[in-house]
Design a protein around this ligand. Structure first.
Ligand code: ATP
Length: 365
């Protein structure tokens, strides 16, 4: 049973159709990330879920309760949706101390002073900022301010926590640290978290599920590893993964009842037909850099190429190889041993190959 259900959400800003039939289910305890490039509708979806923005069409159900129905113009106020939001720009009160900022949400909820203090201190402790409780926001670093904003959001123990690019104002090192913190917090609190980002590494490392957005639509909702290995759409295959995926023009030919041949810059490969639902003549083939096997001598089924660039990144090295007209990216573990302008032989791991319909962009295998 899902905790949150969005069904057929359509949203317009003036005549601009920004959300197109968004449907999504989120399970209790999920860390769901909305991933996609700028302007694709992630924040608007989050705000509609929170009740800060209203959709023209579509339903929202939280814990089996209908909280919004666009056509009926029914929208439960944010406070009745059992969720809390953390924004990109912390939005802390400058004239209040850390303690006061965090306790603000608890006051007026008929709690005694002792209970408030215990709960605030427990939240601050979870975010490892208890020592700063008497400081003002201006006396904290960006990372500490962000922790205060998160402590304030969890102090009321919301069932659902919404986070809109919460780490984007932090420097690269702090962002990596905070990813681990948020993941630990999710594990500890078991709160359902919905996280907005355009950073695919952030999405891959933190989420239990990712919804990939593009131009107001959701292209795929899946576990991170599924999304990486089997992108449902070319746009997902392009957006997820670093270094980038390889895209090759390819032609398919059925060669027997059980096999077909596929021809591309990687040569001729023979695949089994039950691997693919329907064989189309012209397709796009993708293969991740780590699924290209490089060698110095020809191997059965390999094609030759020329090393164009070698990009070491510490534990691994990315190698750009020219194969005919196509530049392919391959990976070598450790410090690269291939030299620019040398001839190499490459071969694809068949299990790492996906084929896509050229027109619709949908995966065929
Ligand atoms: P970003 O990562 O840049 O925040 P996003 O994926 O979250 O992008 P949204 O903020 O949801 O995208 O915006 C979706 C589209 O709706 C964009 O084209 C944006 O310009 C438009 N939009 C968002 N808010 C408004 C508004 N209040 N009025 C008019 N257009 C808006």
């Amino acid at each position: 049973m899902s905790l949150i259900k969005l069904e057929g959400i359509n949203k317009y800003f003036d005549k601009h159709h920004v959300l197109k039939d968004i449907s999504l289910e989120i399970e209790e305890g999920d860390f769901m990330t909305f991933l996609g490039p700028s302007g694709c509708g992630k924040t608007t979806t989050l705000r509609i879920l929170a009740g800060l923005e209203h959709q023209e069409e579509g339903l929202i159900v939280i814990s089996d309760k209908l909280v919004a129905d666009g056509q009926a113009q029914f929208f439960a106020p944010p406070a009745e949706r059992h969720l809390n939001l953390v924004f990109q720009n912390y939005a802390l009160w400058p004239h209040m101390t850390v303690f006061e900022n965090v306790s603000f949400g608890l006051e007026g909820r008929k709690r005694n002073k002792k209970e408030i203090r215990e709960r605030v201190e427990s939240s601050l402790e979870k975010l490892q900022i208890l020592a700063y409780k008497d400081r003002y926001p201006s006396e904290l670093s960006g990372g500490q301010q962000q922790r205060v904003a998160i402590a304030r959001a969890i102090v009321t123990e919301p069932k659902i926590l919404l986070l809109d690019e919460p780490l984007s104002n932090l420097d690269a090192k702090l962002r990596v640290e905070m990813r681990a913190e948020l993941k630990r917090l999710h594990h500890e609190l078991r709160t359902t978290m919905i996280y907005v980002t355009h950073d695919q590494v952030e999405a891959m490392t933190m989420s239990t599920k990712i919804a990939v957005f593009s131009e107001g639509r959701i292209l795929q909702v899946d576990k991170p590893i599924q999304l990486y290995q089997y992108p449902a759409h070319l746009t997902v295959a392009e957006f997820v993964g670093n270094p980038a995926n390889n895209f090759l023009d390819a032609t398919c030919r059925e060669s027997s009842k059980t096999t077909f041949h596929i021809h591309s810059a990687l040569g001729e490969m023979v695949m089994s037909t039950d691997w693919i639902e329907r064989i189309e003549k012209d397709v796009v083939l993708t293969v991740r850099p780590e699924d290209l096997l490089i060698s110095r001598t020809p191997q059965k089924g390999s094609v030759s190429g020329t090393v164009r660039a070698v990009l070491p990144a510490g534990p691994e090295t990315t190698i750009h190889i020219q194969c005919g007209e196509t530049i392919l990216l391959a990976k070598e573990m450790g410090v690269g041993t291939y030299l620019p302008d040398s001839t190499v032989y490459i071969k694809a791991n068949l299990e790492g190959i996906n084929l896509y319909d050229r027109t619709s962009g949908l995966r065929l295998n």
